[in-house]
Design a protein around this ligand. Structure first.
Ligand SMILES: Cc1ncc(COP(=O)(O)O)c(C=O)c1O
Length: 352
């Protein structure tokens, strides 16, 4: 039998929340996927109907309509924007285009960075997170020329967001050393008053921002995301992107959510999520800048299984290197109450 390349021998498929089958059961409430519980926005049905007329042609491989909207929203040039089938397509694209020897990432972070690095045979260096906190100075101390450095901001699963002052030394070090700093902002729309990092793209040739539309607009089935970076970085990624990976439907939906209607939806729903966060922080000693939390429950796998018996799905954080933690997202008030009370009940029964 033909063997796969050596780099694939010890690789396993990356763990994710929201396994098909779990969320399909209407009696199950899925806290494992970090989606906005108030979406998708109703106005998307019009976009879907409009897309039907494009079924008989290939999608625009350059996603011009959507890139124009993104560049307009963020005040950057269209040449500085690339659209992909979710950030999930863009992460391996960055690695393929730029990772030579080494990829840096946080110790407890999104698993696809490591997979993307290992597939191409790059070395992976994990940056320690004392007390589960990101310390930008530890990332800077480790950075070397030609490194690709993935920073998830806010970080999945810990929820910590690095603001302007904490991102500045990372950007400066990437410039000085000629490394590529990739900031994954998949959850940034849930962070109140987040720093508009895109304003740095025109002045930094070593910065790439990844943005997902999946979480904030509750459209995991669509597969659409984008990158903002210098024209040279975007051109290199575009060279190796699979043609037509963004479907006619995905581009139409992306075009519909970027702009005033999408902004209004985000404003209204993130205000509701803020109330849910208060509810959770009142009950547990947890803090997060994002729409999800991690909680130390002793044994994540047991807690996940016990919650599932009650129809509640959380993410076991073992694959993040945190076998005592579960991660759960903020949902509606009633659903949050159900989760909080069930966890408290399970902990108190265990301690009896
Ligand atoms: C940090 C992070 N980046 C990217 C993604 C993937 O995003 P998309 O749905 O745009 O592919 C996820 C999904 O869980 C994520 O947690």
């Amino acid at each position: 039998m033909v063997k796969p390349r050596a780099q694939l021998h010890n690789l396993s498929v990356c763990e994710h929340g929201g396994k098909p089958g779990t969320a399909k059961n209407s009696r199950v409430i899925d806290f494992s996927t970090n989606l906005n519980p108030y979406g998708p926005p109703g106005f998307l049905s019009e976009a879907l109907k409009a897309a039907i007329h494009g079924l008989n042609r290939y999608p625009d491989n350059e996603c011009r309509e959507l890139r124009a909207k993104i560049s307009n929203k963020f005040g950057c040039r269209e040449e500085e924007v690339q659209v992909g089938a979710g950030v999930s397509e863009l992460i391996p694209l960055v690695a393929h285009a730029f990772a030579k020897k080494r990829v840096l990432m946080l110790k407890h972070t999104y698993g696809e960075y490591e997979l993307a690095a290992r597939v191409i045979g790059a070395k992976v260096k994990q940056i320690e997170m004392p007390g589960l906190r990101i310390q930008p100075e530890l990332i800077v101390a480790e950075m070397k020329p030609e490194d690709v450095v993935f920073v998830c901001n806010p970080n999945n699963p810990t929820g910590q967001y690095l603001g302007k002052e904490e991102q500045a030394p990372l950007i400066e070090a990437a410039e000085r050393l000629d490394a590529l700093l990739v900031i994954d902002e998949a959850y940034v729309e849930f962070v109140p008053d987040a720093y508009p990092l895109h304003s740095c793209v025109s002045s930094s040739r070593n910065l790439l921002i990844l943005r997902s539309i999946t979480k904030s607009f509750t459209i995991p089935g669509v597969r659409i995301g984008y990158a903002i970076g210098s024209e040279a970085i975007i051109q290199a990624m575009q060279k190796i992107k699979a043609p037509w990976s963004v479907s006619v439907f995905a581009e139409k939906i992306g075009t519909a959510v970027i702009g005033a209607a999408g902004d209004a939806f985000l404003k209204e729903t993130t205000a509701k999520i803020a109330t849910g966060k208060q509810q959770i922080e009142n009950e547990f000693a947890v803090q997060s800048d994002a729409n999800f939390y991690i909680l130390d429950v002793g044994d994540a796998s047991k807690m996940k299984a016990a919650l599932l018996e009650h129809g509640l799905v959380v993410r076991d954080c073992t694959s993040f290197g945190l076998p005592t933690h579960v991660r759960f997202s903020v949902r509606s008030e009633a659903e949050n109450n159900l989760l909080i009370n069930t966890i408290l009940e399970l902990i108190s029964t265990r301690n009896r």
